[in-house]
Design a protein around this ligand. Structure first.
Ligand SMILES: Cc1cc2nc3c(=O)[nH]c(=O)nc-3n(C[C@H](O)[C@H](O)[C@H](O)COP(=O)(O)OP(=O)(O)OC[C@H]3O[C@@H](n4cnc5c(N)ncnc54)[C@H](O)[C@@H]3O)c2cc1C
Length: 442
């Protein structure tokens, strides 16, 4: 009898514990779902819910709600869980590095380019990476696939493919000109050196490409990659500076220099070769590799004084800038984040924005800039545009017709970029729209 009672007590206790755990599990799930649904609602209000370019598509029939995709994504709140299934939240913030795709234990994620409603324009590229303009090749994100590893792989393969058709004797100065020194351009450069080609790499900015301008230090690489003239690297989690240092080291060790701060503006085909025109020189080459990514070139203000050394289009080391009078131009996330970072370093920051309120900001940035305005950390000059930049001042036009002159040491311009499609069209490269095509599929 006693044993029977003991057993009943043990079974009851076990049942209570199991029910308790199940209850807690359901409660956590319910809370998680509620949170995600609220985030989705906010993302829709701010216009971030609709994907713009590359984004994950979750097959709910397969998804088991492990949450591995949520944990793996370093961008925050791209995916969340609702009732144990993955759902897109701020899909427009996806940068396409595919960490979610690789993390999913049941292969429920596909990486897709564009949506049925919103197409993405991509250049036509053959499996050999050649465009419809014979002799011009494309590697990296410009072709549609966004990942450091993919860019590196494509850079190498494109050069391998170009080598096949370089004439042994030609009158051009170079065999290959590589445009862009992001992951694709650097890998292509190293591969070109491995092939003993006569090549030149031109970069409008500095080496590193998009990686160089990441707003965060952490870089995710989901699998090892083979770097020419170096070997296999297993950088599952690294920092942008480590990665850029590694590239710089390999380039230096092999005595390869890249023409930085030189922008290619035109490519002209003649006979069997090309003339590549930059803001500094004209070069002739047999083949051209476009590794220019999809982020384009920063848009300029087009005002007197803009070419002076105190004007920047990228904020790199805010921690080194103190006690300056700074004007940040723009009203997007980059402008707001930069203004806030500079204000935190004890600078006197003004922000010139042509509209009367901020639209389409990340909710967090919206709140942060509102707080900074209240605390007088950033002086926002709504309805204003820059008229002129002098060595110690900036002159601003306001919509009501007034003109203001403010003292100034540095100007940071974040007014978007010129996308590369125009450049491609000028060269004659065909562009087609992709409406929801899978780029990474299990
Ligand atoms: C915020 C953010 C975070 C990301 N995080 C990751 C991550 O963690 N892991 C990952 O794998 N991927 C990540 N990605 C994606 C990754 O950065 C890109 O897929 C990769 O950099 C693409 O390489 P690319 O060489 O094709 O182009 P890019 O890196 O964009 O390089 C192109 C280069 O071409 C230059 N260029 C452009 N036009 C010209 C011209 N006319 N003349 C001369 N030079 C020109 C540009 O200045 C640039 O340096 C991230 C992207 C972003 C935006």
């Amino acid at each position: 009898m006693e044993v029977f009672l003991e057993n009943i007590i043990i079974y009851t206790l076990v049942a209570v514990i199991i029910i308790g755990i199940f209850y807690l599990y359901l409660k956590t799930h319910k809370y998680e779902s509620k949170q995600t649904l609220e985030k989705i609602k906010r993302a829709k209000e701010y216009g971030f819910h609709e994907p713009v370019s590359l984004h994950p598509v979750i097959n709910e029939d397969i998804c088991i709600g492990s949450g591995a995709c949520v944990v793996a994504c370093p961008e925050n709140d791209i995916i969340g869980l609702v009732n144990g299934k993955g759902k897109l939240i701020n899909a427009s913030h996806c940068v396409g590095h595919g960490a979610c795709f690789h993390a999913c234990p049941v292969e429920a994620i596909t990486l897709v380019m564009g949506t049925e409603k919103r197409g993405v324009e991509l250049p036509h590229v053959s499996p050999e990476y050649e465009t419809n303009v014979r002799g011009i090749y494309i590697a990296g994100e410009l072709g549609g696939m966004g990942l450091i590893k993919n860019a590196i792989e494509q850079g190498k393969k494109a050069v391998d493919s170009m080598v096949q058709s370089i004439e042994k004797k030609h009158s051009s100065k170079y065999d290959i000109i590589i445009i862009g020194a992001g992951p694709a351009g650097i890998a292509a450069t190293l591969r070109a050196a491995e092939h003993n080609l006569n090549f030149l790499t031109i970069e409008q900015d500095s080496i590193g490409g998009t990686v160089f301008s990441f707003p965060r230090a952490k870089v995710v690489m989901t699998s090892p990659v083979e770097i020419p003239l170096f070997g296999k690297v297993k950088l599952y989690e690294t920092t942008k500076s480590e990665l850029i240092d590694l590239w710089s080291e390999i380039l230096a060790k092999n005595k390869i220099s890249i023409n930085e701060n030189e922008k290619v503006s035109e490519i002209i085909k003649y006979d069997n070769s090309f003339k590549v025109i930059t803001n500094q020189e004209e070069y002739t080459t047999q083949k051209v590799l476009l590794a220019i990514g999809r982020r384009g070139s920063p848009r300029k203000l087009g005002v007197p004084g803009e070419n002076s050394e105190k004007v920047y289009y990228k904020l790199l080391e805010p921690e080194l800038i103190h006690n300056k009078k700074i004007l940040v131009v723009g009203g997007g996330d980059s402008a707001i984040e930069s203004a806030l970072l500079l204000a935190e370093e004890g600078n006197e920051v003004s922000l010139s924005y042509r509209s009367n309120s901020f639209k389409r900001l990340k909710p967090k940035n919206f709140k942060r800039i509102e707080d900074a305005i209240k605390l007088k950390l950033v002086n926002v000059l709504y309805n204003s545009t820059v008229k002129e930049i002098t060595h110690d001042k900036v002159i601003l036009n306001f919509q009501n017709g007034t003109i203001a002159e403010i003292e100034n040491d540095l100007v940071y311009v974040f007014i978007g970029g010129e996308l590369p499609n125009k450049f491609l069209e000028k060269i004659g490269i065909k562009i087609t729209k992709k409406f929801g095509e899978a780029v990474l599929k299990h």
